[in-house]
Design a protein around this ligand. Structure first.
Ligand SMILES: [Zn+2]
Length: 239
């Protein structure tokens, strides 16, 4: 690859670990997938938690530090109801406009807020917009964070519930990591009704299907051995 192509791949490539180690799906051919929700917690997250519980589904939520600081009780409710949480940065910036030092500081600040609110260190990280930049690798290493990309992402911030549900129903297969949103970046009381309506329709449909939802850690095989101890420490040691 030429230097420019390599640079684009490092920033955008789903399987690229050049700027920071990450996973983007679980093994193919397994009857399992993972739902992930970014940009929360929001005032709408409890409705989503009720919906997931009614279908006995556990998901992974990538939380924004600023939103956790605003709604720490909802962040704790996500964990209390059996879901997994990860770091999604603090302010959801376009890192491309920032120095490596600022990228590093945004991730570490979010990790600190999550630790303070939850009482443990998350071990998963999803970069804003899925883009990787210099500064990210050092922050992930110091915080013990494994990057998580995705294989399926309907534009749930823009599409109708019908379009989102159809995309989910048609695209998801074994091993997929699905990216949805229970917040809208830093918006207060964001309108995420389209996402929730679509997830309800999809889960009603998928109840008859062979796929089972898991957390990202379960899907990619971090459980159970690593989680017996300190997952962040194990991931940090793997860098
Ligand atoms: Zn986001």
């Amino acid at each position: 690859m030429g230097a420019l192509a390599l640079a684009a791949y490092a920033v955008n490539g789903r399987s690229s670990s050049l700027l920071a180690p990450s996973v983007y799906r679980g093994p193919r051919g397994v009857p399992r997938y993972a739902l992930t929700f970014d940009d929360g917690p929001s005032e709408s997250t409890p409705r989503l938690l009720d919906l997931l519980e009614s279908h006995n589904v556990r998901a992974t939520f990538f939380l924004l530090g600023a939103n956790v600081r605003r709604l720490p009780g909802i962040a704790r409710a996500i964990v209390a109801r059996g879901h997994e949480v990860g770091n999604h940065g603090f302010l959801h910036p376009y890192y491309c406009l920032q120095t490596p030092r600022a990228v590093y500081a945004d991730i570490v600040a979010a990790q600190q807020v999550l630790e303070d609110a939850l009482g443990f260190s998350p071990w998963l990280y999803r970069p804003p917009f899925g883009l990787r930049w210099p500064g990210m690798r050092a922050a992930q290493q110091d915080c013990g964070l494994l990057g998580v990309q995705w294989t399926v992402m309907p534009k749930d911030w823009k599409w109708s519930p019908q379009q989102i549900a159809q995309h989910l129903t048609e695209r998801i297969r074994g091993g997929d990591i699905v990216c949805l949103h229970d917040g809208r970046e830093l918006a207060v009381n964001p309108d995420v009704r389209a996402t929730i309506t679509a997830v309800r329709a999809f889960l009603l449909h998928s109840a008859t299907r062979w796929l089972r939802a898991q957390t990202v850690s379960e899907l990619v095989g971090i459980l159970p051995d690593v989680l017996e101890g300190d997952a962040s420490a194990s991931i940090r040691a793997a860098y």
